[in-house]
Design a protein around this ligand. Structure first.
Ligand SMILES: [Mg+2]
Length: 275
C-alpha cells in the first residue's frame, strides 16, 4: 500500500517547523497531511488513469499526464504547504518544465515503486513523474532512487541488496551511521542533501515506526524525509502498527485516502491476483 508515505508525512509535519533530534518524540496533536501526501495521491491518480508502460521515447508525453494531475491536486489543496516555486508552476497552465533540484519529486514517487513489473519501467516512470516540476539531473536521480528502493523492497530484496543497488546506480553513500548524519543535519530540501539520509533512515530501521522516527529526528525536512523513509519502510516491512494508522487516518483528507485505497485495490492487490 502507499499509506506508509502519507503517514510519514503526517507524523513529520509538526517537526518540519519544530525540529527535533530526539527519535523518541511524541506524535503531536497538530500533525496534518501536507503537500507530500497531496502529490502522492496525484501520482496514484495518474497511474490509475493510465497504467500502460512507456519507452524512453514516451517519457515526455507521460510527464504531461503526471503534470496535469499535479495541477489538479494542487487546486484541491492549495494551502497544504506547497513551495512557492511549485505553486507558481501549478497556477500557470502554460508553464514549461521547472529546473528545480528540490526534493519535491522524490517525496511523491512512492506509488510508482508499486505499479510496474520491472525495475527498468519503474525508473522510466519515475523520471516521467519528475521532470515537469524537477527537470534537473539531481532531482531525477533522487526520484528514481526512491522509486527503485520501493520496487526492490516490495519485491522481497534484503537491505544489503537494496543499499548495494542504490550505491552503484546513483552513487549515493548509504552506509553512514544515522547518528553521525543527525549530528550535523539541518533543514535543506535539496535532493542530494535530503534524500540519501531519508533512505538511510529506512536502511537503519528495525520496523516501520523506527524508520519514520529516524527520519524525523534528523532534524531536517521532517515531513518529506519521513514520507520517503515511511514509503520505503512499508514496502519492506509490509506492516504499519495500528496506533499509527489510528493517529494518522483522522488527519488525512478523505479524498486522499480514497484515491490511495483505490490504488491499493486496483494496482497493488490487483497485481497479486493476476499472479
Ligand atoms: Mg510537506
Amino acid at each position: 500500500m502507499v499509506f506508509g508515505a502519507v503517514y510519514g508525512d503526517v507524523i513529520g509535519s509538526y517537526y518540519e517547523a519544530h525540529c527535533t533530534k530526539d527519535a523518541d518524540f511524541e506524535f503531536h496533536k497538530e500533525s496534518t497531511f501536507t503537500d507530500d501526501s497531496v502529490l502522492t495521491a496525484a501520482v496514484c491518480r495518474a497511474i490509475l488513469n493510465d497504467r500502460s508502460e512507456i519507452s524512453v521515447f514516451g517519457v515526455a508525453s507521460r510527464a504531461k499526464e503526471y503534470a496535469s494531475q499535479y495541477r489538479q491536486y494542487y487546486s484541491y489543496h492549495p494551502h497544504a504547504g506547497f513551495g512557492s516555486m511549485f505553486a507558481a508552476w501549478a497556477r500557470d497552465p502554460y508553464a514549461g518544465n521547472v529546473h528545480s533540484y528540490g526534493n519535491g519529486a522524490a517525496m511523491r514517487v512512492v506509488p510508482v515503486g508499486y505499479a510496474y513489473s520491472t525495475l527498468e519501467q519503474t525508473l522510466l516512470q519515475a523520471k516521467a513523474s519528475c521532470i515537469a516540476t524537477h527537470d534537473h539531473r539531481e532531482a531525477i536521480i533522487g526520484t528514481q532512487a526512491v522509486a527503485a528502493a520501493v520496487f526492490l523492497a516490495r519485491s522481497g530484496e534484503n537491505k544489503d541488496s537494496i543499499r548495494a543497488f542504490l550505491e552503484k546506480k546513483f552513487r549515493y553513500e548509504l552506509s553512514v551511521p544515522i547518528a553521525d548524519i543527525r549530528a550535523s543535519h539541518v533543514f535543506d530540501s535539496r535532493t542530494s542533501y535530503s534524500v540519501p539520509p531519508a533512505i538511510i533512515a529506512f536502511l537503519q530501521s528495525s520496523d516501520y515506526e523506527s524508520a519514520v522516527r529516524n527520519a524525523v529526528s534528523l532534524g531536517g525536512d521532517a515531513d518529506t524525509q519521513a514520507c520517503i523513509a515511511g514509503g520505503i519502510a512499508e514496502a519492506y516491512y509490509k506492516e504499519i502498527p495500528d496506533h499509527i494508522r489510528r493517529f494518522c487516518d483522522m488527519r488525512v483528507d478523505s479524498s486522499i485516502r480514497s484515491v490511495l485505497n483505490e490504488f491499493y485495490e486496483q494496482i497493488v492487490y490487483g497485481r497479486k491476483n493476476e499472479r
